[in-house]
Design a binder for this molecule. Structure first.
Ligand code: UT7
Length: 354
């Protein structure tokens, strides 16, 4: 048997304030119909003034740790001395440019002393963080890891940009990984990760880093905001998520018909359907929650997992493929058999009727 990282806890969090398409249409030149038909999104959440990414990360992380404690199948629960000795936070909207946000999140969760760092791969961030944490566990460098994806893009969007404001929402999702073996349900069976930096300009915040410094004169108008070339990103998202998913399926020896569920980055319903089609999946095999939360960037995949675990879409033993695409450009996929008896707490607000 081969050592592997096993998913044993899962949780999510969204802010208290939900914004419907019609509420957005009252502020910007857009309509509920345009947003629904072009993206499938009907609602997104935004943090309140004074709130930050770490607040959502802590809320999701706490639910994931509680979930791990309650998951009876976790043989280490009785004997654990600590909930996690590693915290990896995927985010592109850290609380501050320096230091990383993960150590503060770990501290607030009572995990001071754990290794803690941020991973930046935008919408693919959670998959990169998951691969990093799983690899540290299989290498023996960590025993239990809390992997969080959290973003608050409402803090970097151009208030006048109807396209990005329609799509992006704030949120966080988290999983707990423990050391186990590949034959156990919940074991992560493989990863595929990739990047293409020639597409750096397609999804970006130009100002505030070392090239356009925050300490220099004010940046050119608009450069402090997030910018995306939607159409070009759309085609690259479909191509790279499908290719990455196929690569991973081949690598781990799963045939296309063996796949039960696809949990893809929740960017756009048309993108999800196109990727599903490339993999020969029906619409009901696609996990979709973007209608209720929008594109939550690094939180997207774990929030979709939490939603699907709670409503029973993900069943024990299901062969599940995760895939994502985002700024960098970056992409990645992971595969697992859904764990038995995973106890997941409801995410307040997320399942509310639209
Ligand atoms: O998370 C990282 C990965 N991100 C993605 O995967 C996002 C990928 N891209 C997309 O999902 C889509 O490209 C968008 C949703 C961003 C845009 O949809 P689209 O169908 O590609 O629209 P478009 O950009 O080609 O624009 C079509 C029209 C334009 O008007 P004209 O030039 O035809 O007159 C836009 O100005 O739709 C207009 N438009 C809007 N109209 C009403 C763009 N945004 C809006 C809006 N409301 N919110």
């Amino acid at each position: 048997m081969t050592r592997a990282a096993v998913v044993c806890g899962l949780g999510g969090a969204v802010p208290a304030t939900a914004i419907s398409n019609s509420a957005l249409a009252a502020q910007l030149d857009t309509t509920d119909t345009w947003i629904r038909t072009r993206t499938g999104i009907r609602r997104r959440y935004v943090i309140a003034p004074g709130e930050a990414t770490s607040d959502l990360a802590v809320a999701a992380g706490r639910r994931a740790l509680n979930s791990a404690r309650r998951t009876a199948a976790d043989p280490q629960v009785e004997h654990r001395t600590t909930d996690a000795d590693l915290v990896v936070l995927a985010t592109s909207t850290p609380d501050r440019p320096c230091p990383a946000t993960a150590p503060a999140v770990a501290h607030r969760l009572g995990l001071s002393g754990a290794a803690a760092f941020d991973v930046g791969a935008v919408c693919t961030g959670f998959l990169y963080a998951l691969a990093t944490a799983a690899s540290m566990i299989t290498a023996g460098a960590a025993h239990r890891a809390l992997v969080i994806g959290a973003d608050t893009f409402s803090t970097i969007l151009d208030p006048a940009d109807r396209t990005t404001r329609a799509i992006f929402g704030d949120g966080a999702g988290a999983v707990v990984l423990r050391a186990g073996t590949t034959d156990e349900p919940g074991a992560l069976l493989g990863f595929d990760l990739g990047s293409d930096g020639s597409g750096e300009e397609l999804i970006t915040v130009r100002a505030g880093g070392s090239r356009q410094r925050s300490t220099a004169t004010p940046p050119p108008v608009g450069d402090e905001f997030f910018a995306m070339e939607g159409r070009s990103v759309f085609t690259k998202a479909v191509l790279n998520m499908s290719t990455s998913a196929h690569t991973l399926l081949d690598r781990i020896g799963w045939a296309r018909p063996d796949l039960d569920r696809l949990v893809a980055h929740q960017a756009n319903l048309r993108i999800l359907r196109a990727v599903g089609e490339q993999l020969g999946l029906t619409d009901d095999q696609l996990v979709v929650n973007l209608d209720r939360v929008g594109n939550t960037v690094a939180a997207s995949v774990p929030l979709a997992l939490a939603d699907a675990a709670l409503d029973g879409t993900l069943r024990p033993g299901d062969r599940v493929l995760l895939t994502g695409f985002g700024g960098g450009l970056t992409w990645g996929s992971a595969a697992l058999r859904w764990p038995d008896a995973l106890q997941v707490e409801a995410v307040p607000g997320m399942a509310d009727a639209l």
